[in-house]
Design a protein around this ligand. Structure first.
Ligand code: GDP
Ligand code: CA
Length: 312
């Protein structure tokens, strides 16, 4: 069985762990979001790719959901002592090593897809992890504050401001000229079906869908999505702030409509959202809280079963 899954960070990575457990023999290709990527202290940081890599490679800080386990912050403290900005982004010592390796390889001319493959030699995530594109794209957010109306990097809005200032617009800078990374369209073409995990529909899944060619390729396939919204709220995080910014309400129904029936064939919602429906989409209600490895595996298994049924 060949499965393609898109993925953001925490929600995507946790779901993928369940997917691997539900389909241990499947060949899984993950198309990761790189819209969150940022250059800090001269180093290229890819938060969502790293969250997937560390989670599936057993190096993640489990409680936090991102960053390395057993982490220390000496470099961060030393940078702060030099008054180096930004100080709002937490990079740990172990994590720094990943960004150093990546930046060195990028500077030597390797594309991000090859760099990611090289990093995965150590982490053995058990999936093929591809960035959505080798071309640099960055999500920027338009806000108005005491500094006037300006666009800031997504990470500054999300991490420094905790999405407390309303986003007037969310833009993937560089999207128009970006091409899918090598292997992305081929993996979609060769997949038996595609899973959309419960990742952020705007700045994780929505970002990947903006890379020219990806959405069209996915529309040809059987696609099953898992709702990231349960009972009108994102389970954790601030995804509602992103949905509001693009004029979509925070509900499993609205996210389904955002993806649309051309893209999605099956949609898993939580039991309290069982009224959700859209022409041309099979909706199933079941527990969707990824609160244990078993529960997460069951969600993934349900997505696989639905996809198999729809594909037949
Ligand atoms: P990020 O890049 O780290 O923000 O992670 P993702 O984009 O992959 O996933 C974040 C989304 O996962 C959040 O917006 C939540 O709505 C969703 N999420 C987190 N935990 C759960 C869960 O237990 N169940 C479901 N259905 N969604 C979840
Ligand atoms: Ca992210």
């Amino acid at each position: 069985m060949r499965i393609v899954s898109l993925a953001g960070g925490i929600g995507g990575a946790r779901f993928l762990r369940g997917l691997k457990a539900a389909a241990p023999d499947a060949e899984i290709t993950v198309i990761g979001n790189t819209g969150d990527d940022i250059t800090l202290f001269g180093l290229r940081v890819c938060p969502d790719l790293d969250t997937v890599m560390y989670t599936l490679g057993s190096g993640i800080n489990e409680e936090q959901g991102w960053g390395r386990a057993d982490e220390s912050f000496t470099v961060k403290e030393e940078l702060a002592a030099y008054e180096m900005e930004p100080q709002w982004f937490g990079l740990g010592d172990r994590d720094f090593a990943t960004h150093i390796v990546r930046s060195q390889m990028l500077a030597a001319g390797y594309p991000l897809s090859q760099v990611t493959e090289a990093l995965c030699v150590r982490w053995r995530p058990g999936v093929r992890l591809l960035p959505m594109s080798d071309d640099q794209t960055e999500t920027h957010v338009v806000v108005s504050d005491e500094g006037g109306r300006r666009a800031i990097h997504f990470q500054e809005w999300w991490v420094r401001l905790r999405a407390s200032v309303p986003a007037e617009q969310i833009v993937l800078v560089g999207a128009d000229d970006a091409r899918p990374a090598p292997g992305v369209l081929e993996a979609i073409r060769d997949a038996d079906f595609v899973i959309l995990p419960p990742s952020n529909p705007v700045v994780s899944i929505g970002t990947i869908l903006q890379i020219p060619g990806i959405r069209t390729a996915l529309e040809e396939k059987t696609v099953v999505g898992v709702s990231p919204i349960i009972g009108g709220a994102p389970v954790r995080g601030m995804a509602d702030a992103c949905l509001t910014a693009i004029g979509v309400s925070t509900s499993a129904q609205a996210v389904l409509e955002l993806y649309g029936s051309r893209l999605v064939d099956g949609w898993l919602v939580a039991e309290q959202d069982k009224g959700v429906s859209l022409d041309g989409v099979t909706v199933e209600a079941r527990p969707l809280l990824m609160d244990s490895p078993e529960a997460t595996r069951d969600i993934a298994a349900a997505a696989l079963t639905l996809a198999t049924t729809l594909q037949a």
